[in-house]
Design a protein around this ligand. Structure first.
Ligand code: SAM
Length: 282
């Protein structure tokens, strides 16, 4: 396939900032990302934000089927012109935040996800991976370094927060490589990192139900400077707690004077399990 810069020029495409369009123009890096994603012959792969198709073209010969998602109609045209003849590529003009990741394999099995994703919606995409965890076996995603740092952060650090807890509960995360800004066009102001998320079969620790877990984590981090006991009181407004917050924390063997950012993923699981047992799933 022609180089991404040549394709941009030939189709008179001007990258759209609002859509996070920063194209990988170093084919060696694209190839390293595809290599490291561990996709293989029998896989159905969904690529988020296929752009000019450079990564799509590299994935196709290695797998059973590639589904390339792209929101920009101009780029969809490019993808169709450049790749339509490759039999195992399907190009879908859609917003990834509306895409049903359970749709490709309705007969069972799990897809693998890959992408140099739009940074403006990277958190939403990460949460979408977790929501569709029963249908996704792994996700290899290029992220802004700060976002990758937040996902891999340990308790007690400034970066530790909602994404760190939720993603670690459902996925084993590894940092695959750093990608310098000069590998993209236009050159972004941020550094990038490729993360691999291997989805676990279930949560790492018992947690009650999913909705209560998410609600508990969000409440605990709602005001970072506040103690847990104060932050969890905020949940009373949205659900009948049936038990006062200090007793609930005592039941979970967690000191209510602590801040959310000090709780381990296991402690979050325990707390949410107790909340769902005492008050019923939300
Ligand atoms: N994969 C290409 C590459 O590596 O050069 C493009 C990556 S670029 C960072 C992100 C791509 O995602 C762009 O092509 C952009 O149009 C597309 N995009 C942005 N928002 C999207 C959305 N909500 N759903 C699907 N694609 C989106």
């Amino acid at each position: 396939m022609e180089s991404p810069l040549k394709i941009l020029k030939r189709y008179h495409i001007h990258p759209v900032k609002r859509l996070g369009q920063s194209f990988l123009v170093d084919n060696n890096v694209t190839s390293r990302i595809v290599d490291s994603s561990e996709i293989g012959e029998g896989d159905t792969v969904v690529e988020i934000g296929a752009g000019l198709g450079a990564m799509t073209a590299m994935i196709a010969p290695r797998v059973k089927r590639v589904i390339a998602l792209e929101i920009d109609p101009k780029l969809v045209e490019v993808l169709v012109c450049e790749l339509a003849e490759v039999p195992n590529i399907e190009i879908i003009h859609t917003d990834v935040l509306r895409y049903d990741f359970s749709s490709p394999l309705q007969g069972g099995g799990k897809i693998k996800v890959i992408g140099n994703i739009p940074y403006n919606v990277s958190s939403q995409i990460l949460f979408r991976m977790i929501e569709f965890r029963e249908h996704v076996s792994s996700a290899t995603l290029m992220l802004q370094r700060e976002v990758a740092d937040r996902i891999t952060a340990s308790p007690g650090t400034k970066q530790y927060g909602i994404p760190s807890v939720i993603v670690s509960m459902y996925a084993e995360v590894s940092r695959l490589m750093a990608v310098p800004a000069t590998c993209f066009y236009p050159v972004p102001k941020v550094d990038s990192v490729v993360l691999n998320m291997e989805m676990r079969g279930g949560p790492l620790y018992p947690l009650g139900d999913y909705a209560t877990f998410i609600e508990t984590v969000k409440a605990a981090f709602s005001m970072r400077r506040k103690t847990l006991v104060n932050n969890l009181k905020g949940m009373d407004g949205t659900r009948p707690m049936g038990i006062d917050t200090p007793s609930l924390l005592a039941e979970a063997r967690i000191d209510g004077r602590r801040r959310g950012e000090t709780l381990t993923v296991e402690e979050f699981g325990r707390l949410s399990e107790i909340i769902s047992q005492l008050t019923g799933p939300s």
